[in-house]
Ligand binder design. Sequence first.
Ligand SMILES: Cc1cc2nc3c(=O)[nH]c(=O)nc-3n(C[C@H](O)[C@H](O)[C@H](O)COP(=O)(O)OP(=O)(O)OC[C@H]3O[C@@H](n4cnc5c(N)ncnc54)[C@H](O)[C@@H]3O)c2cc1C
Length: 304
Amino acid sequence: MERAEHLYQRLVQICGERNVLRDEPMKNHTLVRIGGKADFLVWPETYEQVIEVLRLKEEYGLPFTLLGNGSNVIIRDGGLRGIVMQLKHLNRIWREGNNVIAQSGADIKAVSRFALEQHLTGLEFACGIPGSVGGAIMMNAGAYGGEVKDVLDHVKVATLAGELKTLKKEELELGYRTSLISRTHDIVLEVVFALQPGDYKQIKEKMDDLTFQRESKQPLEYPSVGSVFKRPPGYFAGKLIQDSGLQGKGFGGAEVSTKHAGFIINKNNATAADYIATIEMVRKTVKEKFGVDLELEVKIIGEE
Ligand SMILES: Cc1cc2nc3c(=O)[nH]c(=O)nc-3n(C[C@H](O)[C@H](O)[C@H](O)COP(=O)(O)OP(=O)(O)OC[C@H]3O[C@@H](n4cnc5c(N)ncnc54)[C@H](O)[C@@H]3O)c2cc1C
């Protein structure tokens, strides 16, 4: 049997046929609707399956990519080699005391809603962030003055070698849209958020207000990655881009949003090449006009 077929059979043995896809277009699995094919896309249903897949990729010496909801990645048009893993089936959310515990494949929005239903406060800021819990930890996601760091207690991870560990918040080096995980590439499996009892009506009002602000300012009617760039110290990326006259400009199907200049939208079947060319055009123009280097928040991965 050829090696690829053999590998496919092994992945099916571990995760089941319905959870292993071959040559899968990743634009079907990113929010920006961009991305070439993955050799193998797998969706484990248990932590044991996650570990077994990690062991298999070691055995085969294969490249490995972990994705959450694909809300903060651009996958180049040549796609991803080896194994791509998403934990969307590991999405349980429950309460223990004032803690909310979530598996990493749960939507952070769903965890925020669950906290509301439980009359627990602290996760209101996350009500509109379209990522998974795992992605939110890795990115220390935040909005409107709150961030994951404010409410995190600890996480359970699997290392790339397949070892299970618990990491306390203090060990995670959570900074502005970054964490220790971006260096170690550990796989977040389970997260404990420490919340406080709160008033349902007040929590709901805050979430409604944040949702209104988001919907009125962001181009949510188009696929995007959210803010493409990090906030440069002393500036706002969106304002610099707006003042550079770049709104409405772009390459191919990609365009700097006319509603919020910090967003690049997939307006019309953009390729990754269109999107990346638009990013580079923005960076170059802002550097020329204002001398500011825009650092990427979005992750660009895969082959050209
Ligand atoms: C419309 C829109 C609005 C947004 N608004 C915000 C906002 O207000 N605030 C904000 O912070 N972000 C925002 N984002 C960006 C994005 O939603 C966050 O960065 C989110 O945390 C990414 O989560 P994800 O699951 O989609 O991760 P992905 O995009 O799939 O992956 C991002 C990174 O996280 C890693 N990762 C994913 N899952 C795990 C895991 N289980 N363990 C370890 N690493 C993992 C991936 O390997 C990758 O490196 C927005 C995006 C969009 C499209």
